[in-house]
Design a protein around this ligand. Structure first.
Ligand code: ZN
Length: 154
């Protein structure tokens, strides 16, 4: 069957960035199983998969707007070193979890660290990036009533 809304789709994928670096891959581990049309995966990939069948292989380029969004400058802040009490050395690329204004968990990445403070970025680590997916469709089936009610694959 063809991939369309309310199908449960099983894929293997490898994700690379603009520089050709591999960011993530399901190959060699469990495939990704998702409910098509429910926003379980990024819109650019979901849209590209529509109409494919089991056995199809696709190379999909996804612009940031259809992936993890553009970088929001409002989510980049400079904070004092005191905020990192107990951490010996704060270096660019380090990731921390912190609590957001509504008590939610926010992951931040350190962009810069100098004498005046530390620049942290709460954008998604893949915000602003064009993503390249190499995908193989393993299986397509109709979703169960329960899966449709829950909005995800079981
Ligand atoms: Zn469920």
């Amino acid at each position: 069957m063809q991939i369309q809304d309310d199908c449960v789709v099983t894929i293997h994928y490898t994700l690379t960035n603009d520089a050709g670096e591999e960011l993530d891959s399901s190959v060699g581990s469990d495939p990704l199983v998702y409910l098509h049309g429910a926003g379980n995966i990024i819109p650019g990939l979901e849209g590209a998969l529509a109409g494919s069948r089991a056995g199809d292989a696709l190379d999909v380029m996804v612009q940031p707007e259809d992936a993890y969004g553009l970088v929001d400058p409002a989510l980049i802040h400079k904070i004092p070193h005191d905020a990192f009490a107990g951490i010996e050395r704060v270096e660019p690329g380090m990731q921390f979890q912190t609590e957001g204004p509504n008590g939610q968990i926010v992951r931040v990445t350190v962009r810069e660290s100098d004498e005046d403070g530390v620049v942290i970025d709460a954008n998604h680590p893949l915000a602003g990036q064009t993503l390249y997916f190499s995908v193989r469709v393993e299986d397509v089936r109709g979703a169960t009533e329960e899966e449709l009610a829950h909005g995800h694959a079981h």
